[in-house]
Design a binder for this molecule. Structure first.
Ligand code: 6V0
Length: 310
């Protein structure tokens, strides 16, 4: 059976990230049909009503409703931003275990509907949960995409745009690796209109920028409790690339099968995205220092994975 056609999107988890994402979808007129699913059905219901009152001012009309997992049957994309938040005293691994259980149940219910589209996973730890979604769903790896370093790369491009008084769209730079503390910028490939960025920044400045990107989430959480607009735009960008068959390279979470000398791990790297999901992975030419950092990031992720899959 071929992949589901059409442009129906189902969002699972209409919290801060999920509701910001669907608001972005609506504003960009990216789909004709949108369904919101949440364990808190009242929240999904309220969001659907509220969003419907904006449709008249959106670029194109669309149907928005709250629903259930059965709605995934003919969905082109199921986006998951559902999950538990870290409680005081809880370790990161406790949180992983909790979200892993939630994902086993969500992905199982989505697949029971007959879903045959593409998963897009945003819940943290995003790389681990993308891997879990791939495992639980049994779908080909091309059809399970993690948000990877889409947000981290956007943060870097924003900062470099400011640094060089240039629009971030003209800054070509990637953060790759774990969506977490072991991520890093690929300075060897970073450029503005083909002009290398690395040679125009001191080592100290490059390190400052890398740290600013890495720690951005902590700063935002300190200020307002959560981060959601940036990731929402990133998820909308990936959604657009899929639904419009764009063949555009975006930094997302993908399963490595030999790329960068690694396999059996979901991690952030540029990949070409089209209507089939991940068309191909773009393997960057890393220098020796970057290779070392990438290996460390893989080790970090595999260390967590090892708790769940032998
Ligand atoms: P939130 O506002 O608490 O929303 C979570 C939503 O999930 C709530 O509406 C819950 O009711 C719902 N939910 C919980 N359990 C279930 C379940 N079993 N089935 C269905 N729905 C459920 O969290 P927020 O929206 O702020 O964050 C969501 C996730 O995104 C978290 O894991 C964040 O860490 C993660 N982020 C990921 C980013 C990325 O770059 N990938 C960036 C920011 C946040």
């Amino acid at each position: 059976m071929g992949i589901t056609v059409g442009n129906k999107v189902v969002l699972v988890g209409t919290g801060a990230v999920g509701s910001s994402y669907v608001y972005a979808l609506m504003n960009q007129g990216l789909c004709d049909e949108l369904v919101l699913v949440d364990v808190n059905q009242e929240k999904a219901k309220g969001d659907a009503m509220d969003l419907n009152h904006g449709v008249v001012y959106a670029p194109s009309t669309m149907t928005i409703k709250y629903g259930s997992y059965e709605d995934c049957q003919d969905a082109a994309i199921v986006v998951i931003s559902a999950g538990a938040a870290q409680k005081p005293g809880e370790t990161r691994l406790d949180l992983v275990s909790k979200n892993m259980k939630i994902f086993e149940s969500i992905v199982g219910d989505v697949m029971k509907s007959g879903f045959n589209g593409i998963f897009l996973v945003a819940t943290n730890p995003a790389d681990i949960l993308a891997y879990a979604t791939w495992k639980f769903s049994g779908l080909p790896k091309e059809r399970v995409i993690g948000s990877g370093t889409i947000l981290d790369s956007a943060r870097l491009r924003f900062l470099l745009g400011k640094e060089f008084n240039t629009a971030p769209t003209s800054v070509h730079a990637y953060i790759i690796g774990e969506h977490g503390d072991s991520q890093f910028p690929v300075w060897s490939a970073a450029n503005i209109s083909g002009v290398s960025i690395a040679s125009r920044l001191t080592d100290e400045r490059r390190e400052e920028l890398a740290v600013e990107v890495r720690d951005a989430a902590y700063k935002i959480i300190e200020s307002k409790g959560a981060t959601f607009y940036g990731i929402a735009m990133g998820l909308a960008r990936i959604t657009k690339a899929i639904l419009k068959n764009e063949q555009v390279a975006l930094p997302v979470g993908v399963l490595l099968e030999g790329e960068y000398g690694h396999q059996n791990v979901y991690i952030g790297t540029p990949a070409v995205i089209d209507r089939s999901g991940v068309k191909n992975i773009v393997e960057l030419d890393l220098d020796d220092v970057e290779k070392e950092k990438f290996n460390r990031s893989v080790d970090t992720l595999k260390g967590i994975q090892a708790h769940y899959w032998k």
